[in-house]
Write a protein that binds this ligand. Structure first.
Ligand code: GUN
Ligand code: ZN
Length: 438
């Protein structure tokens, strides 16, 4: 692959930010931000070969793509999304458990059809790139075909994805159920086929505790012991009725989190969407285990699930990332996701700085997932997954950007007002995968 050089501003975090993590007022993480006004990014063989100040002598006959006025930042990481739920986004009127029954399960039935699943996977990945997201942790459906379809499409773009087959053997329609044995056998076959192939990574994906029997969760735990470097991806403590139901279904467990813990489904590389209704014991155990929380504010507000206790989680040093949770989430945009996260923090009298938002969407997520040796910032040697932001896509943004104010304030406005219009180009492993049409 030839070298490519891009002249633009650069925005990312120094690797040391991972030692600080989230810290309440954003001050520590902000001190590790890197902004180079007149910057240069050189990409070679899909990796970052240089990121720093623009210097004429660095260009050895390379063509320089001149994007002055734009900002290059690492590709966004969405740690929780359901690709089969795009077509039912913004389904009206229900909270979690009725929303699943009324809208979600009938939609997911369609994904037994591989051709259909492929078409939807293509749309999903296009939509991710259009929003500047270059890595996602993705729920498929119970059908292995839906997993093959998703990985096949991701592989054509050389995209770093985490995905897996949903496990469900109770409390769901017959047509979406597997069994503990099928869950084990089908997941194992998919792990052997996909985990570590190109940039594909596998997640053992029990939907949530209520739709798995103890026997199925035990099978999931066994898989994790046999394949310790795969991910686990599930939901946790999203909705109060759900939490009560879990207590009825697993009376021997101390809490919802304890259910997963008993089956060996917590710890590093275990992604839990939501984590709203956790007590202090759970939160301590969650944090100590280095499990990963996916904060999905557009979904939590849309389904009326509740407000993530952001300040408590920061104080307990929980590994916190951002998920869109489409289709309970209402946007693919990490800007919009930050926008709602900020409002969730405001409702609780906490603050969420743009630096923390950018960190959670890039290096923080990469670090939480154990992928920060490959992605998350613009360090030399990392995979060249990056986005070219246009901070002035609308007249209002032009006005705001031109108003003299500290960079932090201008970035905050970009994140609050931003959406896909602010994504000018997206690059995956050095190749352009999206270009805004004008
Ligand atoms: N809990 C179990 N399944 C789901 C799902 O599909 N979406 C959300 N938001 N929560 C869930
Ligand atoms: Zn979800």
């Amino acid at each position: 692959m030839p070298r490519h050089a891009y002249r633009a501003s650069l925005l990312d975090f120094h690797q040391d930010a991972t030692k600080v993590g989230l810290d309440g007022d954003g001050a520590k993480v902000a001190s590790h931000i890197r902004f180079v006004d007149d910057g240069l990014l050189i990409v070679e063989d899909g990796k970052i070969a240089y990121a720093g100040a623009f210097e004429e002598e660095l260009i050895n006959g390379d063509t320089v793509h001149d994007f002055r006025g734009k900002i290059i930042c690492p590709g966004f990481i969405d740690t929780h999304i359901h690709y089969p739920q795009m077509e039912m986004i913004c389904a009206y009127g229900e909270q979690l458990l009725d929303w699943l029954k009324t809208y979600t399960f009938p939609t997911e039935r369609k994904y037994s059809d591989k051709t259909y699943a492929r078409e939807m996977a293509m749309i999903c990945i296009r939509e991710l790139f259009k929003n500047g997201t270059t890595t996602a942790a993705v729920f498929c459906t119970v059908h292995p075909e839906s997993v093959d379809a998703f990985f096949e499409v991701a592989e054509t773009h050389n995209m770093l994805v985490i995905a897996g087959k949903v496990l469900m053997d109770r409390n769901a329609p017959e047509y979406l159920q597997d069994t503990p044995e099928r869950a084990y056998d089908e997941s194992k076959a998919l792990i052997e086929k996909w985990h570590g192939r190109g940039r594909c990574l596998y997640a053992i994906t029990p939907r949530f505790a209520p739709t798995s029997t103890a026997a199925q969760l035990e099978a999931a735990g066994r898989l994790r012991r046999e394949f310790p470097d795969v991910f686990v991806h599930t939901h946790l403590a999203e909705n109060k009725a759900e939490v009560e139901w879990v207590q009825e279904l697993f009376p021997e467990a101390r809490s919802y989190f304890d259910v997963y813990k008993r089956f060996g489904l917590t710890g590093r590389r275990c992604i839990f969407a939501h984590c709203i209704h956790l007590d202090d014991t759970d939160m301590h155990e969650f944090s100590d285990s280095r499990s990963v929380a996916a904060f999905c504010p557009t979904s939590n507000l849309f389904l009326g699930s509740g407000l993530l206790p952001l300040q408590r989680m920061r104080e307990m040093h929980v590994l916190l990332t951002l998920g869109t949770d489409v289709g309970a989430g209402t946007s693919f945009s990490m800007f919009q996701t930050f926008h709602d996260a900020y409002k969730v923090s405001q409702l609780q009298g906490a603050k969420l700085s743009v630096e923390e938002g950018l960190y959670m969407a890039t290096l923080g997520a990469a670090h939480a997932l154990g992928l920060d040796d490959r992605i998350g910032n613009l360090d030399v040697g990392k995979d060249a997954d990056f986005v070219m932001l246009d901070p002035t896509a609308t007249e209002l943004q032009q006005l705001r950007w031109a108003t003299p104010s500290p960079l932090s304030d201008r970035l905050f406005t970009l994140f609050m007002l931003g959406d896909h219009h602010n994504i000018f180009r997206t690059y995956v492993h050095g190749a352009e995968v999206y270009a805004r049409s004008s």
